[in-house]
Design a protein around this ligand. Structure first.
Ligand code: IPE
Ligand code: IPE
Ligand code: MG
Length: 263
């Protein structure tokens, strides 16, 4: 996909079009990860039950997935349900699972049309059989797609992922001296994918809530006060533009033009 694909989809003359045209397509984040937060607050502001916030959040997911794919992002990871979210009331958890199943069923065609490869990351095997069934369908029907990889993080915990990776490395018989950061990364749920360059969190909270702890080592973090159900293409484009103004140093120093030219 490309900027043209995005522009073909954005209303001409809109603020979104102006934002899209400002983006440097040579400098896109390869992997964007999003902590979708604020559904409950969105509902509370409207005197609605929390689950209405989750329902409204589906529209944001649709918009962000298609925008990312059209823009040419390689990997998009959305945090949908953490291991800690089981602490919530049963009815809320059930609705979240129901919405997830419905999302996959209704969006499969859009995923296929946009050449998106769907993945689920987390302790997926602990989810209910009906949820796993829906996930498997989505994964199987998109496995040959070659465009954006879309990970949905479900029953996901960053620490659990690291523990699971350690267990897998041991089960694979990796000798301790052969285990380095690269090898270890190959046992994570995101094996083979680049680490997130850009981590977005909605609703203003300044924490990572156990998300991709290993992979976000050098991610650029962008937090917006916007609540997830209000998050749209425009906000994603704003985040990418902010990312493109960052100076990523990875612990080094910014090379000055003089140093760059020096022998
Ligand atoms: C994010 O919204 C959705 C999930 C964590 C599943 P919340 O439900 O956490 O909304 P707030 O943070 O209570 O507003
Ligand atoms: C993070 O949001 C988890 C997801 C977005 C799925 P939470 O609402 O669960 O995080 P905390 O509790 O505010 O840290
Ligand atoms: Mg929250």
């Amino acid at each position: 996909m490309s900027l043209e694909q995005l522009l073909a989809w954005v209303p001409p003359g809109s603020p979104d079009e102006r934002l899209a045209r400002e983006i440097n397509v040579e400098q896109l984040p390869s992997h964007v990860a999003v902590i979708m937060d604020g559904n409950g607050r969105w509902a509370a502001q409207r005197h609605l039950p929390r689950v209405e916030g989750h329902r409204a959040g589906i529209e944001s997911v649709r918009d962000v997935v298609e925008t990312s794919a059209r823009l040419g992002i390689d990997v998009l990871t959305l945090y949908a349900f953490s291991i800690e979210n089981w602490k919530r009331p049963r009815a809320e958890v059930n609705t979240l699972m129901l919405l997830l199943k419905r999302y996959i069923r209704l969006e499969l065609k859009t995923l296929i049309d946009n050449n998106i490869q769907f993945h689920a990351i987390g302790r997926v095997e602990e989810l209910a059989p009906d949820v796993r069934h829906e996930l498997d369908l989505g994964i199987r029907q998109t496995e040959r797609n070659t465009g954006m990889q879309f990970n949905i993080a479900l029953n996901y915990g960053g620490r659990a992922e690291i523990v699971d990776a350690a267990r897998r490395a041991m089960a694979a018989g990796i000798p301790p001296e052969a285990l380095d950061e690269r090898t270890f990364g190959g046992f994570l749920y995101t094996a083979g994918q680049p680490d997130p360059d850009l981590l977005i969190r909605t609703s203003g909270e300044m924490r990572v809530s156990n998300f991709l702890l290993w992979q976000i080592a050098y991610a650029e973090i962008w937090v917006t006060e916007t609540l997830w159900p209000d998050f749209r293409r425009r906000h994603l484009l704003e985040a990418v533009l902010a990312y493109q103004k960052r100076d990523r140093r990875y612990g080094g120093i910014k090379p000055s033009p003089v140093a760059l030219g020096a022998k």
